[in-house]
Each structure stands twice: as structure tokens, then as C-alpha cells.
Design a protein around this ligand. Structure first.
Ligand SMILES: Nc1nc2c(ncn2[C@@H]2O[C@H](COP(=O)(O)OP(=O)(O)OP(=O)(O)O)[C@@H](O)[C@H]2O)c(=O)[nH]1
Ligand SMILES: [Mg+2]
Length: 239
């Protein structure tokens, strides 16, 4: 059996965004790409799914009440590296949960919903910034990727230019188009976040720097674990 991951070798990635924007769906699609033996590690905590089963209808109804967690453990020399991928609940009343889970975030994916009015996405983004601030984190420097989800739904109410204008003053934030439901853009979002997170955590944490794992190696390991073939995963459908 592999040794347990060193706590200092853990990187926490948080998926956040408006209610029902597709955060849990992102984690489900990532889990579905993992080889069989890792797939069952997706933990959906305290969701109606757990109480009513996993059929398609329950999936549609499920809204996160606490959080979802997908650990991806990469075996590397010097000890396993654990990515803790967390999806927080979008409902406004769970702000304390979101704040708690953001406290130890090394990077954030803001999952926007193209079928919502721009103001709704904007409000959720503003809430993210204030939750980070309340945790003593600087919202303008945390590694961040914005995903514009539900691009399959025809004419979007929230479009790409609006989302690109959200992180005012930051040129490092990429917006990725996705249809999480079909697994499109899901891996690309995660890889893009890791491109930002890895240099930041190497700078902040000696334990991770001591692993001597460079970015191309890390991305290659992650691609392999997610069974991505070729360069970009943008248009990769479900395996
Ligand atoms: N059409 C379409 N529907 C999607 C897409 N991604 C997710 N959904 C649907 O949107 C609904 C909500 O998805 P979830 O993944 O549960 O959303 P969530 O962000 O986790 O929701 P909360 O945890 O309650 O905030 C579900 O019915 C999904 O099937 C997409 O790309 N396109
Ligand atoms: Mg959810």
C-alpha cells in the first residue's frame, strides 16, 4: 500500500461559483476520467444524492449542502503529492462553509454559469473576494481560473467579455469555456489552475520545493492520471 500523503505535500484547489453553476459536475467528470481504482474516491458530502441514490433524476436535483471532495494523489519521488479538489456549496446561506474551505485554498476555480444574468455571476464573484478577504487572503493574488460553464445552452446571458472583465487589474486570469456536463473544458480548467498554483506553492512551501518537480513533469503526471492523450484536453470528451 502506498504511504499516506504528507500533509505538507497537499495542495488544496477550491471550486466556487453561483448556485447550480456546475461545480459538483466538474468534480464528477474529473473523477470519471480517473482509472477505475481511483474513481470511487470522490466524496459527495451531505447531498440529497446520498439519500436518494445516484440515478439521473437525483443527479439533476442534487445541490451541495456541505462540500464535495476529490483527492488525486500523484506518486512522485520524495513522497506522494495530494491534490485536494473541493467543490463548495453555491447557496447563499452556506457562506461560512465556503469561507472555511477557502481558508486553506492554494488556488480557486470560479465556475460561472452562462445561463445566469451577468449580475448573478458578478455577485458570486464579489462574495468570493470578500470571503477571501475575511480569511486574510489577498483576492488579487490568489491563483485563479474562471470557467464559463453551460456553453451548450445556446445564446448565453453571461458572455465571455463580461467574465474577462471581472478580475479587474489582473492579467493572469484565463477564462475557459466549458460544458462540464459533457466533460468539455473540465481537464483544461484544472491544468490551467495548476499552471498558476505550482509556481506559487513552490515559492511559499519548502516541503513542496524539496520535491524537485517541475511544471512540465507535474502537468504530464496529471494528464496521464486523467487519461488525457495529446496536447490539449479542451475538446476531450468523456473517456
Ligand atoms: N446544460 C448544462 N447543464 C449543466 C452543465 N454543467 C452542469 N449542469 C447541470 O446543472 C445542474 C447543477 O449542477 P451541479 O454540478 O450540481 O452544480 P453545483 O454548482 O455543484 O451546485 P451547488 O452545489 O448547489 O451550488 C445539474 O442539473 C447539472 O447536470 C453544463 O455544462 N450544461
Ligand atoms: Mg454542488
Amino acid at each position: 500500500m502506498a504511504p499516506p500523503a504528507n500533509r505538507n505535500h497537499t495542495v488544496q484547489l477550491v471550486y466556487i461559483g453561483p448556485l447550480g453553476s456546475g461545480k459538483t459536475t466538474n468534480l464528477r467528470r474529473l473523477a470519471a476520467r480517473l482509472p477505475d481504482r481511483f474513481r470511487s474516491r470522490l466524496l459527495v458530502v451531505d447531498s440529497p444524492m446520498g439519500r436518494h441514490g445516484c440515478d439521473h433524476e437525483s443527479l439533476q436535483l442534487a445541490s451541495t449542502h456541505f462540500f464535495d471532495l476529490l483527492p488525486i494523489v500523484l506518486d512522485i519521488e520524495g513522497g506522494p503529492l495530494k491534490l485536494r479538489i473541493v467543490a463548495v456549496p453555491g447557496h447563499f446561506m452556506y457562506e461560512p462553509t465556503r469561507r472555511l474551505l477557502l481558508r486553506s485554498a492554494d488556488g480557486v476555480v470560479f465556475v460561472a454559469d452562462s445561463s445566469l444574468m451577468p449580475e448573478e455571476n458578478q455577485q458570486s464573484f464579489a462574495d468570493l473576494r470578500s470571503s477571501l478577504r475575511e480569511n486574510g487572503r489577498a483576492p488579487d493574488s490568489i491563483p485563479l481560473v474562471i470557467q464559463l460553464n453551460k456553453t451548450d445552452l445556446g445564446e448565453p446571458l453571461t458572455g465571455l467579455p463580461f467574465l474577462q472583465s471581472l478580475p479587474v487589474g489582473r492579467s493572469d486570469v484565463e477564462v475557459i469555456l466549458a460544458c462540464a456536463e459533457r466533460g468539455v473544458g473540465v481537464v483544461d480548467t484544472l491544468l490551467q489552475l495548476m499552471r498558476q498554483v505550482w509556481p506559487a506553492v513552490l515559492h511559499e512551501r519548502e516541503s513542496l520545493a524539496s520535491l524537485s518537480l517541475d511544471m512540465p513533469q507535474l502537468l504530464e503526471l496529471l494528464r496521464r492520471r486523467l487519461q488525457v492523450r495529446g496536447g490539449s484536453a479542451k475538446l476531450e470528451p468523456m473517456p
